[in-house]
Design a protein around this ligand. Structure first.
Ligand SMILES: [Fe+2]
Length: 479
């Protein structure tokens, strides 16, 4: 690919939450914008917006021009930008060649097309050249009636470094079918459709992703997360994780930590050990903000996925709290919610603000009911998700949540919740103030659904010594 690439823009997109790092405060109509210093806030539930309610997202048809393949031959398409671990390096990803789908597929040779990016600060001349690696992946369905898939050639090039890997296969694949109902997200051409649809944005604004349950996509041989791990570029080597499931990077005064909820998070596991190392190396004079992201929320009050990720919280919350994580973004629950600062279900001025922003739109419909609504509390055993590696619903036996698997009213840790599809923007003003704005999609940008300054207090909330951490809990089930 010969493509000019601009210097890394100061913008980062995480899943459905767009996080824009800028030095300008957005305009605000009405009264003073509240700050977290005004909190903790009395819990608020916004009623459903009857006029603008759009509870069900619908897939674009295959022939929609925004998802159709327009590239000819081996022209690059599905171009995207991702950040490396530091601001002076980016990954460029794209696809050449067409995917194949059917009972008999023959993967393309990934080495048949070079992975080259020429780039510079000026469009002419493009004085720099970077060479990366290419791969194809196959999705072989163990389900009767589904057609196998092999991707086009996926290229990943880091503009300031060079990696070369092999990934090839030329067999014609057949499968032994099971009579099992597949999960819908295993229809792989949707990935190509999505990448074409997103290209106008993510070829300009870097996208950073972390895995969720819809990316598991189990196939023959118990392979999982193949599309996820193949299609995106991750600063895994640069951040020392060597995993596509968890990694970190810096951008705009923020150290971002992306954590995997669907891989081992136990204190004896690789991810936890990496997280300890990564957190220990954060220089808050360079990146005063510390933001963590993973898929299933810890502090959500919606009935949907209620307390699913409790085992992960039990394992990792103290480590993140002790290192002064400022904000946590999660998805999974198809609605919006912002917490008060909280730690271990206790309001804490030094705890993170938890933001659930799984409201990007989903044909599984919106989450509208809360676990604290009368008669809505789920049976604890029913909240178990086998992919999340444990069942910890019985942990609510001490502290302020004692005996409260479900609360009888909106919990005090929940500051604001609203069932609407939307998206958010985080503007980092300086080392202590950031403006968080959540927009309902139906409002476009005419008004904000939620707006608050998140204020760090490094003097009032000094980092806690690691020696205070309690020992690992042995009773948790290993993933
Ligand atoms: Fe999910």
């Amino acid at each position: 690919m010969e493509k000019w690439a601009a210097p890394p823009p100061l913008a980062v997109a995480i899943a459905v939450a767009a996080i824009v790092v800028a030095g300008v405060v957005a305009g605000h109509c009405g009264g003073r914008i509240p700050t977290t210093l005004d909190g903790p806030f009395e819990p608020v539930t916004s009623p459903l917006d009857g006029a603008g309610f759009r509870g069900l997202a619908v897939d674009l048809p295959d022939l929609d021009p925004r998802v159709r393949r327009w590239a000819v031959g081996f022209e690059p398409e599905q171009i995207s930008v991702s950040l490396s671990s530091t601001e002076d390096s980016v990954w460029i990803s794209w696809v050449t060649g067409d995917s194949q789908i059917g009972q008999c597929i023959k993967p393309l040779d990934p080495t048949s097309v070079a992975s080259v990016v020429r780039y510079g600060r000026l469009r002419r001349p493009l004085i720099h050249k970077a060479v990366g690696y290419s791969l194809v992946y196959n999705q072989l369905y163990p389900f009767e009636g589904l057609r196998n898939y092999t991707s086009g050639i996926i290229h990943h090039v880091r503009l300031t470094d060079l990696y070369l890997t092999n990934g090839t296969g030329t067999d014609c694949y057949h499968c032994t079918f099971k009579k099992t109902t597949p999960i819908h997200e295993s229809y792989q051409t949707r990935w190509d459709d999505w990448a074409r649809f997103m290209e106008p944005l993510i070829s300009e604004v870097p996208i950073m992703v972390v895995e969720g349950n819809h990316e598991i996509e189990e196939q023959v041989g118990s392979k999982i997360f193949e599309a996820y791990s193949s299609r995106f570029a991750f600063p895994s080597y640069e951040s020392g994780s060597f995993s596509t499931f968890y990694y970190s990077y810096n951008a705009g005064g923020i150290h971002f930590i992306m954590l995997g909820a669907y891989t081992s998070y136990n204190r004896t596991g690789e991810q936890y050990k990496w997280l300890e190392r990564d957190l220990a190396n954060v220089d808050r004079t360079v990146t005063p903000w510390l933001i963590a992201t993973w898929h299933p929320p810890w502090y959500s009050t919606y009935r949907s996925h209620y307390k699913e990720a409790e085992c992960m919280r039990v394992e990792m919350e103290e480590l993140l709290y002790f290192h002064g994580v400022d904000i946590v973004f999660s998805g999974h629950v198809h609605a919006y919610e912002r917490s008060n600062r909280v730690y271990n279900y206790t309001l804490d001025p030094c705890g993170p603000v938890y933001i659930t922003i799984g409201d990007g739109g989903n044909r599984e419909n919106m989450a509208t009911s809360h676990a604290d609504d009368p008669g809505n509390c789920p049976e604890p055993l029913s909240t178990h998700d086998k992919h999340l590696g444990g069942f910890c619903a019985t942990n609510f036996i001490s502290g302020p949540a004692a005996g409260k698997f479900c609360w009888t009213h909106q919990p005090d840790y929940s500051a604001y919740r609203e069932s609407s599809f939307g998206h958010g923007i985080l503007e980092v003003i300086n080392d202590t103030h950031a403006l968080w704005t959540w927009h309902r999609n139906q409002d476009v940008y005419n008004s904000a659904g939620d707006m608050i300054y998140i204020v760090r207090q490094p003097n009032e909330c000094p980092l806690k010594p690691i020696s205070l951490r309690p020992k690992a809990i042995d009773s948790l089930t290993s993933l």
